[in-house]
Write a protein that binds this ligand. Structure first.
Ligand code: MN
Length: 129
């Protein structure tokens, strides 16, 4: 069963925290620290879901989401935005770019895993069956 998640995040502390929480809950984490590497990793590792920071060097999260949505093999892979970029309209903009959900930083260690699982649990249940 695939319990692999791709985390695209340039901030080391956030990456460390997400990886720690996810691995503690039995997920395998593949990390990418910029958008271009994130797209490459998504194609290479076939993740269950993708956690995507919006503010990234070079290619931002909107561009990454759009690039991921163009890949036929990733068409069913949920993208969950994880960002502090919480200006009015940003939520709509990242959902329009192809994300299924949006989580605001700072990451709450108590609720983070439950929050992200809600966005891909239907797919996960299918993989477990
Ligand atoms: Mn960032």
């Amino acid at each position: 069963m695939n319990r692999r998640l791709l985390v695209i995040e340039d901030n080391e502390q956030n990456m460390y925290l997400m990886q720690f929480l996810l691995e503690k809950n039995g997920f395998e984490v593949v990390g990418a620290d910029d958008g271009a590497r994130g797209v490459e990793a998504a194609l290479a590792c076939d993740p269950l879901a993708i956690l995507l920071d919006i503010q990234l060097p070079g290619m931002d999260g909107y561009a990454v989401a759009a690039a991921l949505r163009k890949q036929a093999t990733l068409a069913a892979t949920p993208i969950i935005a994880v960002t502090s970029y919480a200006m009015v309209g940003d939520r709509e903009r990242i959902l329009a770019a192809g994300a299924v959900g949006y989580i605001e930083k700072p990451i709450n260690p108590e609720t983070f895993v439950a929050e992200i699982i809600q966005y891909f649990s239907p797919r996960w249940d299918k993989a477990e069956a």
